[in-house]
Design a protein around this ligand. Sequence first.
Ligand SMILES: Cc1ncc(COP(=O)(O)O)c(C=O)c1O
Length: 356
Amino acid sequence: MPPGIAPHASSDMFKSPASFKKPRAKRWDHWITQESSSRTGSSIKDSAKYLKTPGLIPLGGGLPSCDYFPFERIDVKVPVAPHFSEQDTLETGIIRTAGKHDIRNGKSLYDLEVCLNYGQATGSAQLIRFVTEHTEIVHKPPYADWWSILTAGNVSALEMCLRMLCSRGDYLLTEEYAFATTLEAATPIGLRIVGIKMDKEGMLADDLDHVLTGWDELERGRPKPFVLYTVPTGQNPTGATQSYRRRQAIYAIAEKHDLCIVEDEPYYFLQMEDYAPGHIHSPVETERIPHDEYLSALIPSYLSLDTSGRVIRLDSFSKIIAPGTRVGWITGAEQLIDRFARHAEVSTSTPRDFDQ
Ligand SMILES: Cc1ncc(COP(=O)(O)O)c(C=O)c1O
């Protein structure tokens, strides 16, 4: 764990050695908008990498002494799996404490001294490590140069991705019925929407291919779109979940037409069995499912299929912990995540401290 306040950190510090042996992503320079390619980010945040230089007196970022943070510790009472109900939490929950100086007292890898100060826009090293290890365990991205960094949740991350990839007047590919907030984020950026037909498994690969193959640039007044926004699991608003075969078919179309897939997956970890009429499912209350069993039951993600590095995946804690935890994470090819991070440095700045 890199020591100190606001240290520079990246997924490369926490990925397994085996992950670096995979082939590298393709180059996507042609996807990046002028706005995004001209971002230099924050020189103050960038200067953090020199802070350990012996003899250097830093006159850059204003990192206050934690003496002035008016919190000595925070206590949270949380459930112990598998006893998640409110009553169970009251009776059998445990209290977790984070103190101001847990790191220097050798009690923890993370504490209030670090998390309440200014941090890197990519998130604390501690949480980059968590989301990186989690991503490798769950998705095993098939290429080497991927990064995960923290975001302020999926809505914010999506809006930033649109600015990175789309210019005023461009078309954006989405499901025929799409998440209202995405449309409301895209419209002021000047994007026009192309809805792809759906069935009960969500977006139809054939219709996507049909729309792109028949794209008439003269008639549409714009080149063929290349950004595909999709909610593969528990799609909002239809609730449809794409099967593995459907995801494979759509990924093949993305390869054929050179698409960037933005998978917005706040509901990915809430997958349940098919609903059978008449049968009431008890949520896993009494039984603890082994991690491997749970993970192997999840429908593989686009990220796990992504041999080219063309998928940007958005994850969020908003549906798996609480909506007010305004922290999520984005995973994709390093070259794209780097552009995203430069934007974050001058917008979201530091992912929310207590939430981290
Ligand atoms: C498809 C989809 N994306 C994103 C969000 C919001 O995610 P977040 O709370 O992480 O911004 C929602 C719901 O609120 C959603 O349905």
